[in-house]
Design a protein around this ligand. Structure first.
Ligand code: GTP
Ligand code: MG
Length: 255
C-alpha cells in the first residue's frame, strides 16, 4: 500500500572507467556529501541518491519546490562498477541491458592520461564502452529506435598539477581511440584471413567505431548513434575542496 517505489524504476547513471579513477569516491561524495577513504571495488554497487539542492532537474524547471514531483525528480540511482580489467564484466553486463539508464559517467584520471600507458588503457576501455552503445543503437529492432544514452567523460583529479586540462583530455583520447580502432580492425582482418571468414567485411563494419574512412575518430561522430559525448573536468578529492559542479549540472540536465 505504502510501498516505496522499487529502485529499478528510478532513473540511473552508470559509473564506468579504469580502476583508481575515482568512481567510488564520487559515489561516496554524492551519498554522504563528504569525501571518504575508498578501496578498489570488487563488485558493483547501486546507491539511491539525491541531486544536491543547488541543481535543478531538467524536468522540474517549471515546478515549484513544494511540489512532490519536484522532490521526486531529484532522486536517482548511481551504479558504481569495478574498473579492474578482470572485473569489467559487471560493467559490460549493465551496458548490454541499460534499463532506466539516463546516462553513463565515464570517470578517468586526468593525470594518468597524461602518460602513454594510462592514456592507452583509458582509451581502450572508452572505445569498448562507446562501441557497445553504438551496437545497441545499430542493432536495435524496435521501430521507435532505442533511447539516446549520453556519456559524460568526467576528467577527474584536476587538483593534481600533472592533470591534463579537459580540452587536451579530449584531444588525446580522440587520437588514442583512433589508434585503438585501427588496431582492432587489423586484428579482425588478420583473424578473418586465417579463418577464411565470409562475413569478414560485415564484421569489420560492425566493429568499427564511428565514421568509416581515413579520418580520425571524433566524439561528435557518436551523435549519429544517439550518444552525445561531453567532457568536463573536476576533482572529487584534493584541492581546496571537491569540485564536481559541472558533473552535477550534467546529471541535472538528464533528469
Ligand atoms: P576501482 O574501484 O578500482 O574501479 O577504482 P575507483 O574508480 O572506484 O577509484 P576510487 O574512487 O576508489 O579512487 C581511487 C583513488 O583516487 C583513491 O585513493 C581516491 O582517494 C583518489 N581520488 C579520487 N578522486 C580524486 C581526486 O579528485 N583527486 C585526487 N588527487 N585523488 C582522487
Ligand atoms: Mg571503486
Amino acid at each position: 500500500l505504502y510501498r516505496k517505489a522499487t529502485p529499478t524504476t528510478l532513473p540511473s547513471f552508470l559509473l564506468i572507467g579504469p580502476s583508481g579513477s575515482g568512481k567510488t569516491a564520487f559515489l561516496t561524495l554524492t551519498e554522504r556529501k563528504a569525501v571518504a577513504q575508498t578501496h578498489t571495488s570488487t563488485a558493483p554497487l547501486g546507491v539511491e541518491v539525491l541531486l544536491p539542492e543547488d541543481y535543478m532537474p531538467q524536468s522540474s524547471h517549471y515546478r515549484s519546490p513544494g511540489d512532490p514531483a519536484y522532490e521526486r525528480s531529484r532522486r536517482f540511482l548511481l551504479l558504481d562498477t569495478p574498473g579492474h580489467g578482470k572485473l569489467r564484466h559487471f560493467a559490460t553486463k549493465q551496458l548490454a541491458n541499460p534499463a532506466n539508464v539516463r546516462g553513463i559517467i565515464f570517470v578517468l584520471d586526468a593525470a594518468s592520461v597524461a602518460e602513454e600507458t594510462g592514456l592507452n588503457e583509458t582509451a581502450e576501455y572508452l572505445h569498448d564502452v562507446l562501441l557497445a552503445l553504438q551496437k545497441r543503437y545499430t542493432e536495435a529492432t524496435t521501430s521507435k529506435g532505442p533511447k539516446e544514452i549520453p556519456v559524460l567523460i568526467a576528467a577527474n583529479k584536476m587538483d593534481l598539477f600533472t592533470a591534463l586540462p579537459p580540452h587536451l583530455v579530449t584531444q588525446q583520447l580522440e587520437k588514442a581511440i583512433s589508434d585503438v580502432r585501427k588496431s582492432r580492425a587489423k586484428g579482425l582482418k588478420d583473424s578473418g584471413r586465417t579463418l577464411g571468414g565470409e562475413d569478414e567485411d560485415l564484421d569489420e563494419e560492425r566493429e568499427w567505431l564511428g565514421e568509416g574512412g581515413e579520418g580520425s575518430f571524433e566524439f561528435v561522430q557518436m551523435e549519429e548513434v544517439g550518444t552525445t559525448v561531453t567532457v568536463h573536468g573536476g576533482n572529487v578529492i584534493g584541492g581546496e575542496s571537491a569540485d564536481v559542479k559541472s558533473w552535477y549540472e550534467w546529471i541535472a540536465a538528464q533528469l
